[in-house]
Design a protein around this ligand. Structure first.
Ligand code: PLP
Length: 438
């Protein structure tokens, strides 16, 4: 028995007896060395129930852009909790928050709040179908847009059965997705404009929406090729297609106005979650009045008991206050710290002569070990050239050294991470890499 994790091992065993798989989200079951149990967090740090301390680059898988237990968010949330948890009615924090989002996000003429990104995606797809009278949605292979039936396809297909790279099959990710849920879904390769143009030249007038992460964070943090997002915008305009940016990860992280602000492309509809409230459960579906007006008019259904609960709205407002302070100072801090870390990891790879791909942005980047000499990952298929076995061993070795990362390869940064954290993390990278490679 590994005594470092003795309490977590016992807790997992106990938990599995009543909690399906011992976890509350399937992806957590894949954590390495196994799903650990955590006790508390502060800033860039997290402590497990065995008392081990970690520098955390998981950050709740994205929400904690300001770090764990950011005081102003906690204070605002607690203050509101004392006054009321849920009214299932309107309150002033709700429109204060929608006004803020609308001011910050270029396409957000109208806004609705929910709890999860998955349901906000569902709302966006429904709106696109209602507005266009068309059924078919285009998504890109390797992108994740939540766990609901009609979009949970081709996230990580086995390339042996995923069909041709240029016209991938739609592959269900889960047993039990209703048969035919993909009957109006087309999967195309990301970053390949020629394939998209060719497809649209034949079917463009039948497509309701193109949904995309503007940066493909769920596979290797792949940046859009220069001109790709611009071309998406132009093509959607030309064919009357609704352009949906799923900014659940990139929103309020890649810039205050998300990837759409960073790349200066205005989608028709957009989805936020995660970093909008630094850990409080709230998501946001927003977009142009032309589309969101259908919800406003009651023509398209949208609902939820917990939508816009006051404590989450209070937390989100306090979070946006911090993100906007000093002209977005936190973004410069995170970019600086993250870039130092990325460069440091690259330098260690070079020194140890271990080929490493490090790509992305200071605020979120990807680390992987290529099987071949190829140094960039530009779409889902090219991500399959990574040595996952080696990365998994590396993750366990990092966690053993008090640096928490996840097997997917994404590293999330927060404004709470310091240069000292970077130094300690790089020392762990060097030791873990040495251990994992031999
Ligand atoms: N869209 C993207 C890009 C995501 O990364 C996620 C979750 O990680 C979702 C949608 C679903 O969000 P949620 O987990 O809040 O349902």
């Amino acid at each position: 028995m590994n005594t470092r994790y003795a309490k977590s091992i016992a807790a997992l065993e106990r938990s599995r007896k009543t909690l399906a798989g011992g976890v509350s989200s399937n992806v957590r079951a894949g954590d390495k060395p196994f799903p650990l149990f955590f006790d508390h967090g502060a800033g860039s740090r997290l402590w497990d129930i065995d008392g081990n301390e970690y520098i955390d680059y998981v950050l709740g898988r994205g929400p904690l852009f300001l770090g764990h237990t950011y005081q102003a968010v906690i204070d605002a949330t607690c203050k509101q909790l004392q006054r009321g948890q849920i009214y299932a009615a309107q309150h002033e924090l709700e429109y204060e928050l929608s006004e803020r989002v609308s001011r910050i996000i270029p396409c957000a003429e109208l806004v609705r709040f929910g709890i999860s990104g998955s349901e906000a995606v569902h709302g966006a797809l429904r709106l696109a179908r209602a507005a266009t009278g068309r059924q078919t949605i285009i998504k890109f292979e390797g992108q994740y847009h939540g766990w609901l039936d009609n979009i949970l396809y081709s996230l990580a297909p086995d390339p042996g059965v995923a069909g041709d790279a240029l016209s991938p099959a739609t592959l269900a990710e889960s047993n039990g997705q209703f048969s035919g849920a993909d009957s109006h879904l087309i999967v195309l390769p990301w970053n390949n404009l020629a394939v998209l143009e060719e497809y649209l030249s034949r079917h463009g007038n039948t497509i309701a929406a193109i949904i995309t992460e503007p940066v493909m964070c769920n596979t290797a943090v792949i940046a859009p090729q220069p001109g790709f997002l611009e071309a998406l915008r132009t093509l959607c305009n030309g064919y009357g297609i609704v352009l949906i940016f799923d900014e659940v990860i990139t929103g309020f992280r890649l810039s205050l106005a998300g990837a759409q602000g960073r790349f200066n492309i205005v989608p028709d509809l957009t989805i936020f979650g995660k970093a909008i409230a630094n850990g409080m459960p709230i998501s946001c579906l927003a977009g142009k009045e032309k589309y969101m007006g259908l919800i406003a008019a009651g023509k398209v259904g949208h609902g939820g008991t917990y939508n816009s609960i006051p404590p989450a709205c209070a937390g989100a407002i306090a979070n946006l206050d911090a993100l906007e302070a000093n002209n977005g100072e936190v973004y410069r801090t995170v970019e600086h710290t993250g870039t130092q870390l990325m460069n440091g990891i690259r330098a260690i790879g070079a020194r140890l002569e271990v080929p490493i791909v490090v790509q992305g942005y200071g605020a979120i980047f990807y680390v992987g070990f290529p099987l071949s000499g190829e140094q960039t990952v530009y779409d889902y298929r090219s991500s399959l050239t990574m040595n996952n076995e080696l990365y998994t061993a590396f993750v366990s070795a990092m966690v053993d050294r008090g640096v928490r990362i996840i097997p997917r390869g994404n590293w999330f940064l927060s404004a709470a991470h310091t240069e000292a954290d970077v130094e300690s993390s790089l020392a762990a990278v060097e030791a873990a890499l040495t251990e994992a490679v031999v």
